[in-house]
Design a protein around this ligand. Structure first.
Ligand code: ADP
Length: 258
């Protein structure tokens, strides 16, 4: 079993929860890949540089200066801190962006409905061969949420999407791939104020109901869409959970009747 773990911005930015996640990550059996986010740290570095952050519908507008900031923050500070923290745990980690070894090629997203997100990349090709080779050699890849356009430009790409694409690409060679989205809650909750209210299993039918009732909303919707897309594309198991329970949380299933 191979595991791709995506760790969200809120977990990465909290030293205690990041340490918890890394301890759980290294305890997972088999080869593994870590994909990280990093939103708020880019916002605070931008502010220290005198740059204003603009968000539209919770998504960052990445102009040329903000692209420099996210490259430094995601590809530099956050990525290398995680690599060093894994090395301290005797895991031979290697930090990468999607440009490294041509892992993630993307197109700059064209302006839509008058909204231009700037240097944001939609993935067009994922090459998992380099990752397979690194894993075979005993390295643990740590991927920052950056892609490239093949013409010299880096692009800012959602970390959930990167984790999904990487898991699907690895699953083409090796069917036994598990994808874990790790964030600040214990799973998808039926009551956002109650960490005990984790929904243990979500199917496409129950997802439709959860959406209609407004129980899942905001950033959770694309995460669940990615979960089902991954299952349809050959990933064996998808879980949404918190750093302290990597094997529990919400499990996704595309089987309507169990
Ligand atoms: P990430 O940390 O992975 O970047 P996002 O912020 O993109 O996560 O999306 C997760 C967000 O979804 C959570 O911060 C939470 O506020 C929101 N959310 C919406 N509905 C739910 C739900 N039913 N259970 C848990 N979280 C939910």
């Amino acid at each position: 079993m191979m595991t791709v773990v995506k760790v969200g911005g809120a977990v990465v930015e909290n030293a205690t929860s990041l340490a918890q996640l890394l301890d759980a990550f290294i305890a997972l059996p088999g080869p593994k890949v870590l994909v990280h986010g990093g939103g708020r740290m880019a916002t605070s570095l931008a502010a220290r540089l005198g740059l204003k952050t603009t968000m539209i519908d919770g998504r960052r507008v990445t102009d040329a200066e903000m692209l420099e900031v996210v490259t430094m923050t995601y590809g530099g500070l956050i990525n290398k801190r995680i690599v060093a923290a894994l090395q301290a745990r005797d895991v031979n980690a290697i930090g990468l962006t999607g440009a490294d070894m041509n892992i993630l090629l993307a197109n700059r997203r064209p302006p839509r409905d008058g909204i231009d997100y700037g240097f944001v990349g939609d993935i067009t090709a994922t090459d998992a061969r380099a990752l397979q080779q690194l894993l075979q050699q005993g390295y643990t890849p740590v991927i920052a949420p950056l892609t490239h356009d093949g013409q010299g430009s880096l692009l800012n790409t959602n970390a959930d999407t990167i984790a999904t694409e990487v898991a699907c690409a690895l699953a083409q060679d090796d069917k036994a791939v598990r994808l874990i989205f790790c964030f600040e809650h214990a799973g998808v909750l039926s009551d956002p104020n109650n960490e005990q209210s984790v929904i243990e299993r979500i199917t496409p039918d129950s997802y439709r109901q959860l959406r209609a009732n407004g129980i899942v909303s905001g950033g959770m919707l694309p995460k669940i869409d990615n979960a089902f897309a991954a299952l349809h594309r050959g990933v064996g198991e998808v879980i949404i959970t918190s750093p302290d329970h990597l094997n529990a949380g919400t499990v996704f299933s595309i089987a309507e009747a169990l």
